[in-house]
Design a protein around this ligand. Structure first.
Ligand SMILES: [Zn+2]
Ligand SMILES: [Zn+2]
Length: 147
């Protein structure tokens, strides 16, 4: 499944006239296969051994290009580093309070909230974000093991 998505993503890049460098390919592949929401630093560390000459700036640059063609979404959380999401379908996130892990889940998109917000405030709504917080399965087990 991720291989199919990778091929589709490569096609999107080609159609947009974006050059596919080996690093760009690797960043994209990592995002599509890891299914986590990594920071640029995490991507850099994961690919460091494969591309010893690559810098964090290169990773950022590649992520920017992927974002511009709509293959990657950037998630910002206050002062923390941005996280990158290659799941561009509509979905919501649940975030672990302990380890910061972000997991996707599907839920019918709350379009009513957007239209209500528009009606009430007169804004042109562009999108909304909804995050659920809790303790992930791994951290739950760590917590119980301590007691
Ligand atoms: Zn956790
Ligand atoms: Zn996501």
């Amino acid at each position: 499944m991720s291989e199919k998505r990778l091929r589709q993503a490569i096609d999107t890049l080609k159609e947009s006239g974006v050059r596919i460098t080996p690093q760009r390919h690797a960043v994209l592949e990592y995002l599509l296969t890891s299914m986590v929401h990594p920071t640029a630093d995490e991507i850099y560390k994961a690919l460091e051994s494969k591309f010893p000459n690559m810098s964090v700036a290169t990773v950022y640059n590649n992520l920017r290009v992927l974002r511009e063609v709509g293959l990657v979404r950037e998630l910002t959380y206050g002062d923390a580093s941005s996280r990158f999401d290659c799941n561009t379908t509509e979905h919501y996130h649940i975030i672990c309070n302990e380890c910061g892990k972000i997991v996707d889940f599907q839920y019918p998109s709350l379009h009513e909230v957007e239209s209500l917000a528009e009606q009430v405030t007169g804004f042109n709504v562009s999108h909304h974000r909804l995050e659920i917080y809790g303790t992930c399965d791994d951290c739950k087990h760590v917590a119980t093991a301590k007691h």
